[in-house]
Ligand binder design. Structure first.
Ligand code: SAH
Ligand code: SF4
Length: 352
């Protein structure tokens, strides 16, 4: 991958007009801007010097004056199941911390021809502060720019073909929605990923969901619920304290009505905290008559977090208690557990 050090602007951070002006200054023709964009976004070409359909002076000039990618790879951790976690820094001049994580998860069975799933971040840190999550530990530093979100897809694709993506990395997507939306437009329209192949996970701000739903967003929605009890939700998702669970579920119903796409509810199972059969029954009562599905995510241990991972029998009991009310819960055992699997862990370790 080519990169020019210093404070040269990153290619994807330039507007179309600015880039055309730069190409003209380097002696190129107006259509050369489009060729470069296609080479990067469609074809995954991450080195200006290899873009041989450009005149040599334009290639050389681009290498001098822009960086193809804005970020730096600080660390790469590959686990036994080939899941690859990248720690990326988007620090600009004078910025102390702008690290995020991007995770490339290859298919379990590579012979079936499917590509990998990419997990991307939307913010440096997170302001929501869930006590079981490493991403929220140090609060929010800043929102990622559109091009920084797109860059995660470019770097992820360079590790192996992508067929899906989950916006489940560091940050709360609805608090940086304009930049995320612009990035997903590029990912869909220029990188060719289908809109049903992208899932955005959020703690579910009802007002924001109700504003977004009528715009026919091009992604699947997942809402992190974690408990059927209002009091406990305020503890587990502090920024949402005081927002009744029923209001979130009603916004989920509205989402289904407006978009025709079912919502998935996510539930991190924390041993002895929210994994009792009583919790399952109360959750089932709330969801029983709704068109939705549930993902059960056994907690991935996070250093310093006062929670434990439930044993398999407890997970199965929870699932059965849901099933008794005809609510289907799918258990999602996280991949890459041998390498700081819980999102945000690599970043926190690096900050320490
Ligand atoms: N902020 C968004 C998206 C990022 S978190 C959200 O909270 O939905 C993506 C998912 O990972 C959420 O469901 C979150 O609850 C879950 N998660 C966070 N830390 C975890 C951990 N240590 N173990 C298991 N799941 C975790
Ligand atoms: Fe933020 Fe999601 Fe982590 Fe909560 S679980 S702190 S909302 S990233």
């Amino acid at each position: 991958m080519s990169s020019t050090s210093g404070s040269a602007p990153a290619f994807l951070s330039l507007s179309g007009e600015d880039f055309s002006a730069l190409v003209a200054k380097l002696g190129g023709r107006p259509f050369h801007g489009r060729i470069v964009r296609q080479a990067i976004l469609e074809k995954g070409q991450l080195d200006f010097s290899l873009m041989t359909s450009l005149p040599r002076e334009v290639r050389d000039g681009l290498q001098r004056e822009v960086r193809l990618l804005a970020g730096r790879e600080l660390e790469r951790v590959v686990s036994k199941d080939r899941t690859t976690k990248l720690l990326l820094s988007f620090a600009r001049d004078g910025e102390r911390d702008a690290t995020v994580e991007t995770v490339h998860i290859p298919p379990r069975d590579p012979t079936r021809g499917a590509g990998a799933t990419l997990c991307v971040s939307t913010q440096v840190g997170c302001p929501v502060g869930c006590p079981f999550c490493a991403s929220g530990k140090a609060g929010l530093v800043r929102n990622l720019e559109t091009h920084e979100i797109v860059e995660q897809y470019l770097r992820g694709r360079a590790l192996g073909e992508l067929s899906r993506s989950v916006v489940m990395g560091i940050g709360e997507p609805l608090l940086n929605f304009a930049n995320l939306k612009a990035a997903l437009d590029i990912v869909h329209d220029e990188m060719g990923m289908g809109s049903r192949k992208v899932t955005v996970s959020t703690v579910g701000f009802p007002d924001r969901l109700r504003r977004i739903a009528p715009t026919k967003p091009r992604f699947q929605l997942a809402i992190s619920l974690h408990t059927p009890d209002d009091d406990q939700r305020g503890e587990l998702v502090p920024a949402m304290a005081g927002v009744p669970i029923e209001e979130i579920l009603a916004a989920g119903d509205d989402w289904f009505e407006k978009t025709g796409r079912e919502v998935t509810y996510e539930y991190v199972l924390l041993s002895g905290t929210n994994d009792s059969p009583g919790h399952a029954e109360r959750l089932a009562r709330r969801l029983a008559r709704r068109r939705c599905s549930v993902n059960l995510i056994p907690f991935n241990p996070v250093r310093g977090a006062p929670y434990g991972r439930p044993v398999l029998a407890a997970v199965e009991l929870f699932q059965q208690a849901l099933a008794a009310e005809r609510v289907i819960g799918t258990v999602r055992w996280s991949r890459g557990v041998d390498s700081d699997a819980a999102c945000g862990q690599l970043r926190i370790k690096n900050l320490a």
